[in-house]
Design a protein around this ligand. Structure first.
Ligand code: OOG
Ligand code: NI
Length: 465
């Protein structure tokens, strides 16, 4: 089959992201409300903030904003995770980063499947935070064996989905028709099931061990548990949620509000209590599915991230705040030590930037300004930025934060408190289940930054014609 008859992985991902969004809007109407609210806030924010609008334009991010979202699923076995990796690969989504949630009392470890190259991210950055249940953390032997047994018996993929994955792998892609069929087949895996696959008593026993275990083990598949649109002003969105009938969680996770947003800020509404039928015809409820919104800022270098982690730890040592206003106030005080202007963030190498020639810079190249040559030789871009010949735009953070993710998980586990499982990270076991190593987020951002510099230097040295 000739290459050009395949639908591009980016286009398949967009079909999938749209289909998931439509399905979740039908399943969880509050998600539609959130989408409307976010669209409204984004519109108002862009109208009021010309600089932000310009930054999005410089990063080619205006188009992706309206389709941008992430989702989350939880699977029960190595085989399930492995198959998901193959499915997501067809949509141009690769596993990035390893997240250990066990230290926060959640018996899973995770990765995020997402596009990694710049054009794919610009088109549609759809990400799926994917967690694998760690049965070895269930203390009770019988319960652990029972859970393993239930999981071993289920197949969360349709046979057509399996067939299309093998075909795509064999020939290197899917035709448009196959791609549409593929998306509709894999949608089945993420659908909500009102009927549990176990009796009420089994459900209760697993739930007693940990609600998350029950969520993963007792259903026919890994229902999508939230979809998250990206807002440009999470404080405004959080404030507007109650008026639209949605009660947000107590605090916004992540860094405080800043002039130069960093990493990721998130808020959510708590999981719905939904009716479930058990195999012994008993009725009950289960809560798994919720809504979330996020605001994305600049990706940080390892040095910037270390500072973030350090300040966040310090802020978390203070007694928990009563409400979000107070929490944000406490955070802001501690984070006063994190530089908040682009120049400092750049020269102290705390964040990643994309370097591009400005129109004024292009003119200088055309005029063969000899100053350019000297600057290129010195490998120092700052003078060019000062002259206005080069602009540096923050690179958007595309990943997740383990402490925030733990906060989101926990806000959905009800009022009970769950003890940490101790230092239990096991990236090797996770990667073995996955079938490959996860990519490191820092090297991806460093490459984006370096690619922009290489391109720029080529133009400045007249090597790009
Ligand atoms: C995933 C929670 C993590 C995020 O945005 O940090 C997450 C889950 O509850 O399965 O989605
Ligand atoms: Ni999320």
């Amino acid at each position: 089959m000739a290459l050009n008859v395949f639908m591009s992985p980016d286009d398949i991902r967009t079909l999938f992201s749209d289909a998931m969004s439509r399905m979740y809007q039908q399943e969880v109407p509050q998600y539609s409300t959130l989408m409307k609210l976010v669209a409204e806030v984004n519109h108002e924010t862009l109208d009021a903030d010309a600089q932000l609008a310009q930054q999005l334009a410089a990063n080619n991010e205006q188009t992706r904003l309206s389709v941008e979202r992430h989702g989350a699923i939880r699977v029960g076995s190595a085989a399930e995770l492995n198959m998901l990796r193959r499915i997501f690969a067809i949509m141009g989504m690769a596993p990035v980063s390893y997240y250990d949630l066990s230290s926060a009392g959640v018996p899973v470890h995770s990765t995020a499947f997402r596009p990694v190259n710049e054009t794919s991210l610009q088109q549609n950055p759809f990400r799926i935070f994917t967690s694998l249940l760690r049965l070895e953390l269930i203390a009770d032997d019988d319960l652990r064996a029972q859970a393993a047994d239930i999981l071993a018996k289920r197949d969360i993929f349709t046979s057509k989905a399996r067939l299309l994955v093998s075909q795509a792998e064999a020939v290197g892609g899917l035709s448009a028709g196959q791609a549409r069929q593929f998306v509709s087949e894999i949608l089945e895996t993420f659908r909500w099931h009102r009927h549990a696959t176990v009796s009420l008593a089994s459900y209760q026993a697993l739930r007693q061990a940990h609600p998350l275990i029950a969520d993963v083990v007792c259903f026919a598949g890994p229902h999508i548990n939230h979809l998250t649109p990206r807002t440009l002003d999470i404080d405004a969105a959080q404030q507007k949620m109650p008026a639209m009938g949605i009660a947000p969680k107590a605090v916004i996770e992540g860094p405080p509000r800043r002039q130069c947003p960093i990493l990721l800020r998130q808020t959510s509404f708590t999981a719905l209590d939904e009716p479930v039928m058990f195999t012994d015809a008993q009725a009950g409820t289960h809560s798994a599915r919720f809504g979330e919104i996020e605001q994305r800022g600049m990706a940080l270098t390892p040095k910037g991230r270390a500072l973030y982690d350090d300040l966040l730890n310090r802020a978390r040592q203070a007694p928990a705040a009563e409400n979000n206003t107070e929490h944000q106030h406490q955070l802001a005080e501690v984070f006063a030590q994190f530089p908040d202007d682009e120049h400092s963030l750049r020269v102290q190498q705390l964040g990643y930037f994309r370097y591009q020639l400005t129109d004024a810079g292009r003119q200088q190249v055309e005029l063969h300004n000899p100053q350019l040559h000297n600057i290129v030789m010195s490998q120092d871009l700052e003078p060019l930025i000062q002259q206005g010949w080069v602009c540096a735009t923050p690179i958007t953070y595309e990943d997740f934060l383990p402490v925030s993710a733990a906060g989101i998980f926990q806000s959905n586990l009800g009022s009970s408190h769950y003890e940490a499982y101790g230092e239990n990270a096991n990236q090797t076991a996770f990667e073995q289940a996955l079938g490959c190593a996860v990519l490191g987020e820092f090297s991806l951002y460093a490459k984006q930054q370096q690619d922009s510099i290489t391109q720029l230097i080529d133009i400045l040295s007249g090597e790009d014609t």
